[in-house]
Unconditional design. Structure first.
Ligand SMILES: Nc1ncnc2c1ncn2[C@@H]1O[C@H](COP(=O)(O)OP(=O)(O)OP(=O)(O)O)[C@@H](O)[C@H]1O
Ligand SMILES: [Mg+2]
Length: 601
């Protein structure tokens, strides 16, 4: 079909169908943003230098437009490559692009349709070698034919200036039910694949994709660094759980990136959690490094003192930024926890200590961004497991493996880890059942202090990991008995309180007074408990903590700031629910880890 104007031609085109089509089209793209990325991938494969993506403003009926300055397609190419579905491009045209020798992304020959998941109509215009071809494809027409092969498309061919080159895809009539394409989300997705590409610039709504698009905090500093000269550093620290694809700081000299992204020594320091490295994304321009760039631009000369200078400048900046963002968890919390761990490790026999230390380090490392309250139970339960020597066989097995036989040593270690995990899981689940039982007991109005005392006395983990370090011994029991016997004899015997005296590794004492689970705590209870402490303190110089347990807070209990030091008042329901939360978390973590045991511990 031709119309009268010169150089303006309308023709019919058909999709050529490959037999793999049915399986391929059934595949879906998970979001509009992912679908847009397919179009960017196509621009990449077409050796484009610039891609512009314009998203509709919210609440409008505007289109999504993706335009590139790639090779474009002539009519023949359009028919042969675009309008044929489901043929593997690489078997036809190789793994690398023609001009820029990029690694080709396309494989299935269906990516161009991705946009149709979000739009009812797709308009394509491609220009190459003085011709410009365009057509519109819409969902209604597609669904009207039973075989996509039968679809007639009107292809419009116009003349254009020979230097005009590239492809524009517009997705019109977006499905209203779908969530609007989100520029930030799109940027994240594009960043993963294209954040580090040279000579490929993507604009989303007019703004160039860059370091500052990493979700998290962004920093930019320009300074004169002795020896190196002008340095422009920009980096972002991601606040997302997911690790970045190509983390680190790219070093750019005279506009070109040299070698792989660097961590400026952070990757080699013991006191920096390796996991955090995966959150760093940035770029530093330092033309002064030029004399130390190797001929192939693939690295800097070894031990370059200019690079060392730069490292001296950059590393503290990075540390500071990380500390600001993750510091509370990384440094403070874990330092305090480490201290507790050290104390406890010291009491383990030597042969266990090494393994405990290693296992704990891995946990700390893995959960660096979790608050201490979550990491602590995990670590302490592990400690407990180690202290109980359930691992003897395994440890002996490890000790037996021939020194040089690394492979078998590795196997033993991984056996050990599995046993560890299994044991942790078992223990956590058992503790949950224990909580169920205790909860029932506490709900019963007839439950007396002596019953809760008996149930809890060997389960102090209930009050939090720090309490699981306390345990009773014969001397302490006798002392308590003697004291109570003396003080509550004769007709006072019926007032005899239920006390438990425990001691921890640091010789601190813990005095627990149990009240009935339905008892509302009063000022009098508080005074009694502190009096008992006072009385006990006559026998010892050790610090004594007081824990008063009951069912409810009475109105006249002194406010926290009016209490004596080291007195805690806790309620059964609270204690149970917070213990349950910690266990649930632990079980969830372990469950998740079961499929990843290779990585764990
Ligand atoms: N923007 C573009 N510029 C130039 N040619 C393009 C463009 N988009 C698509 N093409 C051509 O159309 C072909 C089909 O694209 P399509 O995205 O459907 O498949 P693909 O990229 O080969 O594989 P995949 O389905 O994995 O994306 C491409 O191989 C390419 O030759
Ligand atoms: Mg493609």
């Amino acid at each position: 079909m031709m119309n009268g104007r010169r150089g303006h031609v309308m023709k019919k085109a058909r999709f050529h169908v490959d037999s793999r089509l049915p399986t391929l089209l059934s595949q879906e793209y998970s979001s509009t943003e992912r679908a847009i990325k397919e179009l960017v991938d196509n621009a990449w494969d077409a050796d484009a230098v610039t891609v512009r993506i314009d998203l509709p403003k919210p609440m409008t009926t505007e289109s999504i437009v993706v335009s590139d300055d790639g090779t474009g397609m002539t009519e023949v190419e359009l028919r042969r490559h675009y309008l044929s579905i489901a043929t593997d491009r690489r078997t036809r045209r190789g793994d690398l692009t023609a001009v820029k020798k990029r690694k080709v992304k396309g494989r299935k020959g269906i990516g161009k349709f991705a946009g149709l998941m979000a739009a009812a109509e797709m308009y394509v215009k491609s220009s190459a070698r003085g011709k410009c071809c365009s057509f519109t494809l819409n969902l209604e027409d597609l669904s009207a034919v039973d075989d996509i092969e039968k679809l007639d498309l009107s292809l419009q061919v116009d003349d254009c200036a020979p230097q005009v080159q590239g492809t524009v895809v517009a997705l019109n009539r977006l499905h209203q039910g779908l969530s609007f394409p989100h520029p930030d989300k799109l940027r994240q997705i594009l960043l993963e694949d294209y954040g580090r590409e040279e000579g490929f610039v993507i604009y989303v709504d007019g703004k160039e994709l860059g370091v500052d698009d990493v979700r998290g905090t962004f920093n930019e500093i320009k300074e004169d660094v002795g020896g190196v000269g002008q340095v422009a550093l920009k980096f972002a620290i991601s606040n997302q759980k997911k690790a970045l694809r190509a983390p680190g700081i790219a070093v750019r000299v005279e506009g070109k990136v040299v070698g792989k992204p660097s961590f400026f020594g952070l990757d080699k320091s013991d006191d920096f959690p390796p996991k955090l490295l995966k959150k760093l994304f940035g770029e530093v321009e330092a033309d002064g490094l030029f004399p130390h760039v190797t001929a192939g631009w693939d690295s800097l000369v070894e031990n370059s003192e200019l690079m060392l200078e730069l490292e001296k400048y950059v590393q503290p900046i990075l540390r500071k930024a990380f500390k600001k963002q993750y510091g509370r968890e990384v440094q403070l919390a874990h330092a305090r926890l480490q201290k507790k761990i050290q104390d406890r490790l010291a009491s383990l026999p030597e042969y266990k200590r090494a393994y405990a230390d290693r296992a704990i380090r891995r946990i700390l490392d893995r959960y660096y961004d979790e608050p201490e309250s979550k990491v602590e139970p995990l670590v302490f339960v592990l400690m407990e497991a180690l202290e109980r020597s359930d691992y003897r066989t395994l440890l002996e097995h490890i000790a037996d493996s021939p020194r040089r036989d690394i492979a078998s040593l590795v196997d033993s270690l991984s056996d050990f880890s599995l046993a560890d995990m299994a044991f942790l899981g078992e223990q956590a689940r058992a503790r949950v059942s224990f909580l169920d039982y205790l909860e029932r007991l506490c709900r019963d109005d007839d439950t007396l202090e002596v019953a809760v005392h008996k149930s809890i006395e060997k389960a102090l983990w209930l009050f939090g990991p720090e309490y699981s370090l306390f345990s009773s011994n014969e001397t302490l029991k006798r002392q308590t008995e003697e004291y109570l016997g003396k003080k509550f004899s004769g007709d006072r015997a019926s007032n005899r309180p239920d006390l438990l005296l425990n001691e921890d590794l640091n010789s601190r004492l813990l005095l627990i007074e149990f009240k009935r689970p339905n008892h509302s705590l009063t000022l009098y209870d508080y005074q009694q408990a502190t009096t008992y402490r006072h009385d006990f303190s006559r026998y010892t110089d050790q610090e004594i903590q007081v824990l008063l347990l009951g069912g409810k807070f009475g109105a006249d209990l002194p406010k926290p700031h009016l209490r004596e030091p080291h007195v805690r008042i806790m309620l059964f329901p609270q204690v149970i629910s917070s213990a349950r939360k910690q266990l649930d978390w632990l079980i969830k973590q372990l469950g998740w880890n079961q499929s990843n045991t290779g990585e764990m511990i």
